[in-house]
Design a protein around this ligand. Structure first.
Ligand SMILES: [Mn+2]
Length: 401
């Protein structure tokens, strides 16, 4: 018997259309490979979607692919990742489960973890759902007992959390479990969460972290460009040896250009001088860094640079200038991703405020409510009420009072 182990597929990540399509192509290709290799079942260790409620078109395309498995009797098992879990609403994963396209594995009876036993496949699947970021290990830490698998079944566990021994060097400071914290006795440990591939053994059983299938942000793609392999595993249950199936959908090229002591207006010329060969249909990552001597954002002419790269054959260009510093007067107070900046601003505001009723996390959750869209046909008043109910829930206010 054979199974596939995928993780961190992040369908729907990227606002760039080409990247979003490529990320779906990576999944589509993987489905094809699984079918070609005649796998009996598929494990997805969380973050199948990038958001709990993804775009309708992404959901539709994903459903179509999962149906290909279903039509061939290939069962798909999953757990929530930190991205496809929502504390406030149902997730698309729940809808897919109701439609019979996917099975969620986690079975909890209080503090006891139970297996999902599949008699046809002769497997006992244990699963630990992730929560939102930062609480990934909470469920795991609360478990006091693990029920034994029925005799003769193969015990496999799916977890969406970081294991210290499998962390890449630059993530060494994040919170992680140790390999010795994992439950003993499993025949396979299907990990997800960290976007780097990793492999370890616990009492002779493989502990496998496939990493991201395609990636979900600039850093992931930059790592791919630097040589991190993307793909998934196929495992033969006879010997439990995982075989890596590489998924290489498009060339990803990193162009890192240093603009130290340059004026922003010379960026265009500097990029032109340093531009490497633009491979056809490649994804170009334009990474600008350094301390500029002068100029402002618009002087960089990013659009002109991007247009040039596209006209010369690239499929798309995304740029990152988080390490590019403008002279003091124009320096942004905070840098980082939008989420990081929001957090830093809230931390500063809350620490200087006299009212300490709200934590940074609750404030962020409140802020996130504002990005919830009105549904088709929803009345303004219903929409307003829905948002205010969510807000009340976060604030811990009981509306019947
Ligand atoms: Mn992930």
């Amino acid at each position: 018997m054979k199974f596939a182990h995928l993780s961190d597929i992040h369908l729907g990540a990227f606002s760039d259309r080409s990247l979003r399509d490529l990320s779906f192509d990576a999944f589509s290709y993987s489905v094809e490979k699984c079918i070609e290799n005649d796998v009996d079942f598929v494990l997805i260790s969380g973050d199948f979607f990038h958001n709990p409620v993804p775009d309708m078109s992404i959901s539709r395309d994903a459903a179509e692919k999962l149906k290909e498995f279903k039509d061939r009797g290939i069962k798909v098992f999953t757990i929530y990742g930190s991205h496809d879990y929502s504390p406030l609403s149902a997730s698309m994963i729940d809808i897919f489960e109701k439609a019979g396209l996917i099975s969620k594995v986690q079975r909890l009876d209080g503090k006891k973890l139970l297996p999902l036993v599949d008699k046809d496949l002769n497997i006992s699947l244990y699963g630990i759902d992730a929560r939102k970021n930062g609480l990934d290990q909470e469920t795991w830490r609360s478990i006091e007992e693990i029920e034994k698998p029925p005799n003769g079944t193969i015990p496999i566990i799916l977890m969406h959390l970081a294991i210290r021994e499998l962390l890449p060097y630059d993530l060494f400071m994040i919170e992680a479990l140790n390999i010795s914290d994992l439950p003993k006795g499993m025949k396979y440990y299907a990990l997800g969460h960290i976007h780097f591939p990793g492999y370890y053994e616990l009492d002779g059983s493989p502990v496998v972290q496939p990493g991201a299938l395609f990636g979900s942000d600039f850093t992931d793609l930059e790592n791919t460009a630097k040589g991190v392999k993307r793909g998934f595993y196929i495992v033969d249950t006879d010997n439990m040896k995982p075989e890596f199936i590489e998924v290489n959908i498009a060339p990803i090229i990193l162009m890192k250009i240093n603009l130290d002591n340059k004026h922003a207006s010379s960026a265009y010329d500097e990029v032109m001088r340093n531009l490497g060969k633009i491979e056809k249909e490649s994804v170009v990552l334009l990474h600008l860094e350094g301390n500029l001597s002068g100029g402002k954002q618009s002087d960089l002419q990013i659009h002109r640079i991007k247009r040039y790269i596209i006209e010369n054959g690239a499929r798309t260009v995304i740029h990152n200038q988080s390490q590019l510093k403008f002279p003091e007067s124009q320096k942004a107070k905070f840098t980082g991703t939008i989420e990081e900046i929001e957090r830093k601003i809230l931390e500063e505001k809350i620490s200087s405020s006299k009212i300490k009723a709200l934590s940074v996390d609750s404030s962020l959750e409140l802020l996130n409510i504002l990005s919830i869209q009105k549904e088709d046909g929803e009345r303004d008043s219903d929409y307003k009420e829905r948002l205010s109910k969510l807000a009340m829930k976060i604030l811990g206010v009981d509306e019947s009072d």
